[in-house]
Design a protein around this ligand. Sequence first.
Ligand code: SAM
Length: 308
Amino acid sequence: MNLLHLPVLLNETIDYLITDPNGIYVDCTLGGGGHLQELLNRLELNARVIAIDKDIDILNKTKQTINNDRVIFIHDDFRNLSKILLKLRLPQVDGIIVDLGVSSFQLDDATRGFSFHEDAVLDMRMNREEAFSAKELVNFYEKEEIADILWKYGEEKYARRIAAAIVKCRKEKTINTTLELVDIIKNAVPASYRRDKHPARKTFQAIRIAVNGELAALEEVLPAAVASLQTGGRLCIITFHSLEDRIVKHFFVNEAKDCICPPGLPVCICNYQPQLKLEFRKPIIPSDEECQNNLRARSAKLRVATKL
Ligand SMILES: C[S@@+](CC[C@H](N)C(=O)[O-])C[C@H]1O[C@@H](n2cnc3c(N)ncnc32)[C@H](O)[C@@H]1O
């Protein structure tokens, strides 16, 4: 197992995140703790960080490496952010970071079933306490449901062909492993599609997003995060594909509007108060140098907003 996860857009994110070096911060996606470690390096001794991850294996591993009494480690889904903070009696915090997707720990651990390069049981659950895994999705969902997931979450242009091939194969034998699924995908798509990028890339991404309810969790955490921030506090979100970025962008733009009157009214009558100020309109993307050192960074986008 490769124990190295290089944090993406590290300095840019932490520069924006810290508004009070003695404040309280939330890292919603602890992972290997790269962002958390940098945050701790820059915060004063009486600052506090709540570090959340729904993957208990990663949480325990990172807890051992970042053994720091300024951190409270929580095994939970970040969609429960409001409940987590309420339980800790911390209704308001100074900054929140969400660095979406999977970590290299999960991708490189062959037993987790996230990688289309490694043979493993079809799993892909970030939280292994949940019952629903990739194996259930692939073996029990209707053909149309599978095709919709591949199209919606993977933007896979051969979604229907791949879904049909999955359903045909599972009639003969249960699909158990990642490489069985990779073979089905390879045989379902045209040869030309196999030459450029890995033909299973988009299908695996789509199944992972569906298994972990990733977009729904993002939609839930955004309003909860805004409600939990003090005035002047920052929300920093790093996304890795257009579906995630679109959700964050629309949410930020809506919350930063100062008028929601129907178009065409001569004067504003809504008296609407924006909740957020956007720190910049276009997202920050990693430098060429960062992308060369860390392939995962290539699709990353950072958006930052300040609570008004
Ligand atoms: C990209 S990694 C974070 C990497 C981390 N920032 C670092 O520097 O090492 C994303 C992490 O968030 C976790 N995660 C993803 N969705 C989550 C959710 N809804 N709730 C809690 N944790 C989640 C994953 O298990 C993974 O460990």
